[in-house]
Design a protein around this ligand. Structure first.
Ligand code: NAD
Length: 500
């Protein structure tokens, strides 16, 4: 009997009633380890009604008390870190240490949101804006909000969304990826243990049907989405048309520019981790290396080939694995097909990760490190987001050519430059059309108290995730203008008040 997962509604596990379910694999073995229910419209409507009722009390709770519950939740995550990381690694396929990183980067945002809520929610006050008149602003919760999240960070991204939304006084409904829903369900249990009132945080498992039910429901006031670009764009459009707030983050193709003065050993280390870590299934993975000058490119490709050939792909919980399998058999087939398209288009396959064998785990979804050289910007291996352990090398002559390649790409999530020349780094950061930039840092994921968000087809909406932007997204501003009567009537006024 395969384990049956549930939803989490009103503070408890609830079995699915739709009759539809999806397989959850263990990517390291290839086995189906569980089934997750796919919610119907009726199940989603029920969860929203529960959330709406629960939000009233939560929204009226002192922000510091709300924050304390979130800080207790952080403690519980830390206490249960190894168990959570094992669960995550078994469902996603990333290594145990990388799974801990996924959880850690999420809990840092909960820490920021819980500790910072009273400060972030402070309004403004101005006295004597007119004679005897004061003005102040309030930041109030929106009500019930929804988060729809991808498979590749099953702890971090749900926590990035739920932490600030809850701290701001909203009820939050999470629709996690159906490929690895185990960690979100466990996080729901820990939130309850931390003291969160029932109904304030709920998990609805499902696919398009559940997402549509959430996005279209009038009681969902904001939608936060992370996933692939076509779905991000369509959810953004649908939510905006229904008058809801939406921030929808999409796919990526992140470049790393190597200037001729860069230390190529450092660059090689950086590229190996950033391209192949988590089997390339990171929205901030580096999938394109852009060496400037032929000599830089020749030396870099030689070093990369030698080092990447020695990387170990293997079971996610095996400590000797540098990276694990990809998430599903469908993902494996898609990535291998894109590799073939790269070969067919004429790119030079320097290292081929297809057909890799992991003894004892013959049915796992493994692909070894793969490197293409002489990749053209019109080839599918460059234009498509591969989301696998595949690095493309696009050679350019000059710094300006590197910028032109990056600007010509549809995505604008992350980018990096490696150089010892401060002026080149500064000019790059100023001119590049990308939301998150690293200078001698391969994966520039901003820390919790700054914001995270890509440009162009990597992000739809005007506010970023975490940092102060998250509190702006999850609250609405009310502005109150006050005058206390002093007893003498001045008569009606028919002219717009003018501040001074
Ligand atoms: P996905 O788009 O397939 O799924 C994301 C979410 O949308 C899931 O919860 C899924 O159930 C739901 N969904 C899937 N199909 C849907 C449909 N037709 N209608 C409505 N909802 C649907 O993405 P994924 O494969 O889970 O994640 C990988 C993608 O996410 C990559 O493109 C990656 O770059 C992107 N990503 C982006 C960021 C970022 O911050 N920009 C971060 C992480 C991942």
């Amino acid at each position: 009997m395969v384990r049956q997962l549930t939803h989490w509604i009103d503070g408890e596990h609830v079995d699915g009633t739709s009759g539809r379910a999806a397989d959850v694999f263990n990517p390291s073995t290839g086995e189906v380890q569980a089934q997750v229910p796919l919610a119907s419209n009726t199940e989603v409507e029920f969860a929203i009604a529960v959330a709406k009722a629960a939000q009233k009390g939560w929204g009226a709770t002192n922000p510091q008390r709300r924050g304390r519950i979130l800080l207790r939740f952080v403690d519980l995550i830390n206490q249960n870190m190894d168990e959570l990381a094992t669960l995550l690694s078994n469902e996603h396929g990333k290594t145990f240490d990388d799974a801990k990183g996924d959880i850690q980067r999420g809990l840092e945002v909960v820490e920021f949101a819980g500790g910072g809520a009273p400060h972030q929610l402070k309004g403004e006050f101005s006295t004597e804006v007119g004679k005897g008149i004061d003005t102040h602003s309030l930041r109030q919760p929106l009500g019930v909000v929804a988060g729809i999240t991808p498979f590749n960070f099953p702890a971090m991204i749900p926590l990035w969304k739920a932490g600030p939304a809850l701290a701001a006084g909203n009820a939050f409904i999470l629709k996690p990826s159906e490929r690895d829903p185990g960690v979100p369900l466990r996080l729901a249990e820990l939130l309850k243990e931390a003291g969160l009132p029932d109904g304030v945080f709920q998990v609805i498992n499902g696919d398009k049907e559940a997402v549509d039910a959430l996005v279209n429901h009038p009681d969902i006031k904001a939608v936060g989405f992370v996933g692939s670009t076509p779905i991000a764009q369509s959810i953004y459009t649908g939510a905006a048309a229904a008058g809801k707030r939406a921030q929808c983050f999409g796919g990526a193709k992140n470049h790393l520019v190597i200037m001729p003065d860069a230390d190529l050993d450092q660059v090689t280390d950086a590229l190996l981790g950033a391209a192949f870590g988590s089997a390339g299934e990171r929205c901030m993975a580096i999938s394109v290396a852009v060496p400037v000058g032929k000599d830089t490119a020749d030396r870099l490709v030689a070093k990369l080939k030698e080092r990447a050939a020695k990387l170990t792909v293997g079971p996610s919980l095996n400590p000797s694995s540098d990276f694990g399998p990809v998430v599903t058999p469908m993902a494996k087939a898609r990535i291998e097909d894109l590799i073939q398209q790269g070969v067919d288009a004429g790119a030079e396959l320097v290292l081929d990760g297809r057909g890799v064998e992991v003894p004892g785990h013959e049915n796992g979804f493994y692909i070894g490190a793969t490197i293409f050289d002489h990749v053209g910007t019109d080839m599918p291996i460059y234009t498509e987001e591969v989301f696998g352990p595949v690095l493309s090398v696009v050679r350019v002559e000059h710094f300006d050519d590197a910028l032109a390649v990056i600007d010509g790409n549809q995505y604008g999530n992350g980018v990096s430059i490696f150089t010892r020349d401060g002026a080149a780094g500064r000019e790059f950061a100023t001119r590049v059309e990308v939301g998150m930039v690293g200078i001698n840092i391969p994966i520039p994921v901003p820390i919790a108290y700054y914001t995270f968000g890509g440009w162009k087809a990597s992000g739809f909406g005007d506010l970023n995730q975490h940092g102060p932007d998250a509190f702006r997204f999850y609250t609405r501003t009310k502005t109150v203008t006050t005058r206390w009567p002093e007893g003498v009537s001045e008569g009606a006024s028919f002219v717009m008040p003018q501040g001074s």
